[in-house]
Design a protein around this ligand. Structure first.
Ligand code: HEM
Ligand code: MG
Length: 258
């Protein structure tokens, strides 16, 4: 039974891969990979160079455009921000392993990677990812669930990593990373995303095509990113408004739904 299922699943996977113009291929020992699950995924599918090297502005615009329907100006902006990772002055490209340098772009309290203090800061770490997804409490992730995972990782790092560093600049990057699953795989108007797609993506560094996902048809713009970042920033607050929560509780507890 198990074998039959595996064969059946294998055939489905092969069919899905054949339909997708950019088939997935695992990285080899000489290929560079980094702390960004999306850039790794894009390289695994060949949207970015499979060896993880020589990522130029044009390569980035093409990759983010064709795989995720990012508009060109947003992709260009992201590339410009990434260039700091290449230590060469006036660099025109970066490589995926250049992103691994701690506290340049890579930072503590990642959703799926260990803090540099504890060891490897760029390879997917299931124990860490389990910490995050313990807060993904439903089949559809909303801003609160994603925010709770982020904040929990920060509390864990702050408590146990004596080098814990999280500046306000890092917070802005971090918010961008926490909304990224919605941007790539979810509904940007509702700010929600199916948990299974997100888990598959993190665990496999592969597009969840065989789970029914495909590239969205309307472009992702800087404006959409700004709106989602605001929603996520609000959701990370541990302060609530008094009225709705208290009044709902009171009605439920004391007035029997009146
Ligand atoms: C994390 C770079 C585009 C999704 C990261 C990190 C870096 C990075 C350096 C590690 C931060 C950390 O320590 O956690 C970049 C660059 C990009 C890019 C240079 C484009 C030029 C994207 C896109 C998406 C994405 C387009 C998805 C829409 C993520 C996610 C994380 C992340 C979800 C968090 C991983 C975690 O916390 O474990 N990215 N990224 N990235 N990135 Fe990207
Ligand atoms: Mg990190």
């Amino acid at each position: 039974m198990k074998f039959t299922l595996q064969v059946a699943f294998g055939v489905t996977l092969a069919a899905a891969t054949a339909k997708c113009g950019n088939p997935w291929k695992a990285p080899g020992p000489e290929d560079y990979r980094g702390p960004c699950p999306m850039l790794n995924t894009l390289a695994n599918h060949g949207f970015l160079p499979h060896d993880g090297r020589n990522i130029t502005k044009q390569t980035t615009v093409n990759a983010l455009g064709s795989a995720l329907n990012f508009n060109a100006s947003l992709a260009e902006l992201m590339f410009e921000m990434a260039l700091v990772a290449n230590p060469e002055p006036n660099a025109t490209f970066f490589t995926l392993n250049q992103l691994n340098v701690h506290n340049v772009l890579e930072h503590d309290a990642s959703l799926s990677r260990s803090d540099a203090f504890f060891g490897n800061n760029h390879v997917f770490n299931e124990t860490i990812f389990n910490e995050t997804r313990a807060y993904w409490t439903g089949p559809v992730l909303d801003a609160n669930m994603l925010a709770n995972g982020k904040v929990a990782r920060q509390v864990s790092s702050k408590a146990f990593n004596p080098n814990y560093t999280f500046t306000s600049t890092i917070e802005q990057f971090s918010l961008g990373e926490v909304i990224a699953p919605i941007v790539a795989f979810g509904d940007v108007d509702l700010a929600m995303v199916n948990r299974t797609l997100v888990e598959y993506f993190f665990e496999n560094e592969r597009f969840p095509t065989e789970l029914g996902w495909s590239t969205r048809s309307t472009p992702i713009t800087l404006e959409i990113i700004g709106k989602l970042t605001g929603i996520m920033s609000n959701a990370t607050s541990l302060i609530t408004t008094a009225e709705p929560v208290v009044s709902t509780k009171r009605r439920d507890l004391h007035f029997g739904g009146l």
